[in-house]
Design a protein around this ligand. Structure first.
Ligand code: SAM
Length: 608
C-alpha cells in the first residue's frame, strides 16, 4: 500500500512477557461519567489478563480523577493525558500506537463491554489461530440503556474465510467496534488505523483485516453500543468523505478474489442510499405523510435484500411515488445514484459497459428513469453537464447552423457538445473585435474550427485562422502513462484526415492548414499576434508547449481556451495548466463544460 500514512513507524513486535494479554484502548474526552462505566466494564471481565490504556484528549471535567481513582486499585490501567486536544481521530491513533500486546480492542468512552467478552473472544483466537479478528453481538442501546437494536443483525454467525466475512459483514449493520477483538500482527500487514477515514476509520480497519484474514463471528452478546444525541455522526455528508478513503484503502489490499471488494462497494452504495433516503425522505415527510413513507421504507427494506437490483426497484417505486412526493424523493434517489456511481469510480471501476457488474448496469438503467424524475426537465443534459439553467443558445438559429456545420465534419465522433462549441464560438466572436489572428492546436477533422468559421462569418475577413494538427493522430511517444490509458477510448477517432480538412475549408481563404507536430509546426505559422487560441490536443506535453509559445503572442483582451482542462481524467493537463497559470500570476477559469479559460489582460511585454 503505497504512501499510506497509517503504518505505525515501529513494526509491531509483541512484548513477550505479555503472552495472551489483551490491550483495551479507551480514547476519551469530557465524558467522566460514561468513562467510569466503560472502565468498570473492563474491570468486570471474567478474563483477567488485560491491560487498559485510557487516552485523555485534554478533558476539562473530572476525567483525570475518575481514571486515577480506578488506577489506585488496579495496576492494569495506564493513563495518558494530552496537554491540549489533538482531535478525536488523532487521539484514537495515539491510543492504538501504545498497543504492545498480541491482541487489542477499541472501546469508546460512551460504550461498554459485557463481562464475558474477552473470555469468549480469546477462546476464539486460541481455537482459530489464523483469524485476524473475531466479534460477538453488540446491543445497540439508547441513552437510557433501552435496547433498540443489535449489530450486526443480519450476518450469519460462524467462521468466514478471508474476504467472505468482509463482504458479509456489511449486510445492513456491520460489527460494532467495542465487540471486536483484533489480532495485532494482522494490522501490521493491512495497515493501522487511518484517521483520513474519519468517522468510519474503525470500520476501515475491520474491513481490511477481514479481506485479508479469516474472521469469526461468535454467538454471544458481548458489548453495548450507545446511541445518544452526542454521537459523532448522523448526517451522510459527515461520513461520506471518510468512506471514500475506506474505499481507497480497501482497494489496495491484495486479495486473490476481487469479487469481495465489489460486494463491499455495492454494500457501501446501498448503505449510503439508504441513509440518504432516511435523511431526506423519511425525516422531512414522516410527520405528515406517514402512510406513504412507511410504504416506501418497507419497499426499501425489501429491495435492500436484492442487492444489484436495488436501484432499479427503487426507481420503479419512485415512479409510483412521484406524483405525491416527487421532488424530495426523486432528489434523494438522484443523489443516491450519483453517490453509488462516485463510489464505483473512486474504487477505480470505470462506469462504462465493459467494467460494470450488475449493480452498475442497474444504476445505468436507473439513470434513464431518473432523467424523468430528477428536477424539472433539464434545459441541457449532454457531455457531462446537466442543468436547469437557461440554455437559450440552443434555440439560436445562427448558432444552430454553425454547430451543424461543425458536426458534419465528423470530428466529434457522434458526441453532442453544444455548450462547449457555443463557448468557443462566443469567445472567438468577442475576440474578433481585437487585433490578431485565430489559431487552433488540435483540429482533428475540423469540427470546432468549422463551427467557429461559420459563426464568425464575415467577421473573419482580413485575419487568418491557423489550424495545426498532425492530421494523423497523436504520436504515442507524447502521451504520459495515464494519457495513454485514456487514449484507448478515443483512438479510433483520429485517422488520417488532411484531405478531408483541406476540402472542408477550401471555401474559406482565411483558414491556413498547417500539418506537423506542435510545437515544431509553429515555424510554419507566420503570425505573431493572436486574439483567440484554442488548445485541444489531448496531451499535456504538446498543450503546454503550445501555450508557452502562444501566450506571449496573445493580445490584451484575447482568450486562450483549453478544451480538456476540467475533465476528471485529464489530471495531467489540468496540473500542467494550473502550474502554467501560477507561473504567470493567473488562474484558469474552470467552466462547467470541462473547458478551462484564460484571458490576457495586459500587454504581452508585462504579462509574460
Ligand atoms: C481532441 S482532437 C481535436 C478535436 C478538435 N478540436 C475538434 O473540434 O474536433 C486532438 C487532436 O490533437 C492532435 N494532436 C495531438 N498532439 C499533437 C501535436 N503534438 N501536434 C499536432 N497535433 C497533435 C491529434 O492529431 C488530434 O487530431
Amino acid at each position: 500500500m503505497n504512501g499510506r500514512s497509517h503504518q505505525r513507524c515501529d513494526d509491531f513486535t509483541p512484548i513477550q512477557q505479555y503472552g495472551n494479554t489483551v490491550t483495551v484502548i479507551i480514547p476519551t474526552y469530557n465524558r467522566a461519567r460514561m468513562l467510569s462505566r466503560a472502565i468498570q466494564s473492563v474491570q468486570r471481565q471474567t478474563y483477567a489478563n488485560w491491560m487498559l490504556i485510557v487516552v485523555d484528549n485534554a478533558s476539562s471535567d473530572n476525567t483525570s480523577s475518575v481514571v486515577e481513582e480506578a488506577m489506585r486499585n488496579d495496576a492494569r490501567i495506564r493513563y495518558y493525558r494530552h496537554s491540549e486536544n489533538i482531535g478525536m481521530l488523532p487521539n484514537w491513533e495515539f491510543g492504538l500506537s501504545k498497543v504492545k500486546t498480541s491482541y487489542f480492542c477499541l472501546l469508546c468512552d460512551d460504550d461498554y463491554l459485557l463481562p464475558g467478552f474477552l473470555k469468549a473472544a480469546m477462546h476464539e483466537m486460541d481455537h482459530y489461530p489464523a483469524i485476524g479478528l473475531c466479534f460477538g453481538i453488540a446491543y445497540v442501546v439508547d441513552g437510557e440503556g433501552k435496547r433498540i437494536g443489535q449489530a450486526p443483525n443480519e450476518m450469519e454467525k460462524g467462521y468466514y474465510e478471508a474476504g467472505h466475512g468482509a463482504a458479509a459483514m456489511l449486510k445492513l449493520q456491520h460489527p460494532a467496534t467495542p465487540a471486536v477483538l483484533f489480532r495485532t500482527e494482522c494490522l501490521t500487514s493491512v495497515g493501522w488505523f487511518d484517521p483520513r477515514s474519519q468517522y468510519v476509520a474503525d470500520l476501515d480497519m475491520i474491513l481490511r483485516v477481514a479481506l485479508k484474514y479469516p474472521i469469526k463471528f461468535f454467538d454471544e452478546v458481548v458489548a453495548c453500543y450507545v446511541v445518544h444525541s452526542g454521537n459523532s455522526f448522523q448526517d451522510v455528508s459527515g461520513w461520506f468523505p471518510g468512506l471514500l478513503n475506506v474505499i481507497k484503502n480497501v482497494k489496495m489490499i491484495k486479495t486473490s478474489d476481487e469479487s469481495h471488494k465489489i460486494k463491499i462497494f455495492e454494500s457501501f452504495s446501498q448503505n449510503v442510499i439508504f441513509q440518504l433516503l432516511h435523511q431526506y425522505v423519511h425525516h422531512p415527510l414522516a410527520s405528515y405523510k406517514p402512510g406513504i413513507i412507511m410504504n416506501a421504507m418497507k419497499c426499501l427494506a425489501e429491495t435492500r435484500q436484492l442487492g444489484p437490483t436495488l436501484l432499479l426497484l427503487l426507481s420503479h417505486e419512485a415512479r409510483y411515488l412521484q406524483t405525491r412526493i416527487s421532488r424530495v424523493w426523486s432528489k434523494a434517489l438522484f443523489w443516491g445514484y450519483r453517490i453509488a456511481k462516485k463510489i464505483f469510480s473512486h474504487a477505480g471501476y470505470t462506469v462504462t459497459v465493459a467494467a460494470q457488474k450488475p449493480v452498475v448496469e442497474s444504476i445505468d438503467a436507473s439513470t434513464k428513469v431518473f432523467s424523468h424524475l430528477e428536477m424539472n426537465s433539464p434545459s441541457y443534459d449532454q457531455d457531462g453537464l446537466r442543468t436547469e439553467h437557461c440554455a437559450d443558445f440552443m434555440k439560436n438559429r445562427h448558432f444552430g447552423e454553425a454547430y451543424a456545420a461543425g458536426e458534419a465534419t465528423g470530428s466529434w465522433g457522434g458526441a453532442a457538445i453544444h455548450w462547449r462549441v457555443y463557448i468557443a464560438c462566443w469567445l472567438a466572436e468577442r475576440a474578433s473585435h481585437l487585433e490578431g489572428d485565430l489559431i487552433e492546436c488540435g483540429v482533428n477533422r475540423g469540427g470546432m474550427a468549422r463551427a467557429i468559421v461559420s459563426y464568425l462569418g464575415p467577421k473573419l475577413k482580413g485575419r487568418r485562422f491557423y489550424l495545426l494538427d498532425t492530421y494523423q493522430g497523436i504520436p504515442a511517444s507524447l502521451l504520459s502513462e495515464r494519457e495513454s490509458r485514456h487514449s484507448q477510448s478515443f483512438r479510433n477517432n483520429y485517422t488520417v484526415c488532411l484531405h478531408e480538412v483541406i476540402n472542408t475549408f477550401r471555401p474559406f481563404p482565411e483558414v491556413v492548414i498547417v500539418q506537423g507536430l506542435v510545437p515544431n509546426s509553429f515555424q510554419k505559422v507566420d503570425s505573431d499576434k493572436f486574439c483567440f487560441v484554442h488548445i485541444d490536443m489531448n496531451n499535456a506535453r504538446s498543450e503546454i508547449a503550445a501555450a508557452e509559445y502562444l501566450w506571449p503572442k496573445l493580445v490584451a483582451g484575447g482568450f486562450m481556451l483549453l478544451d480538456d482542462y476540467g475533465w476528471q481524467i485529464n489530471v495531467d493537463q489540468r496540473t500542467a495548466f494550473d502550474r502554467f497559470a501560477q507561473e504567470r500570476d493567473l488562474t484558469v477559469l474552470a467552466l462547467p463544460t470541462g473547458q478551462g479559460l484564460m484571458m490576457k489582460i495586459q500587454d504581452s511585454s508585462v504579462d509574460r
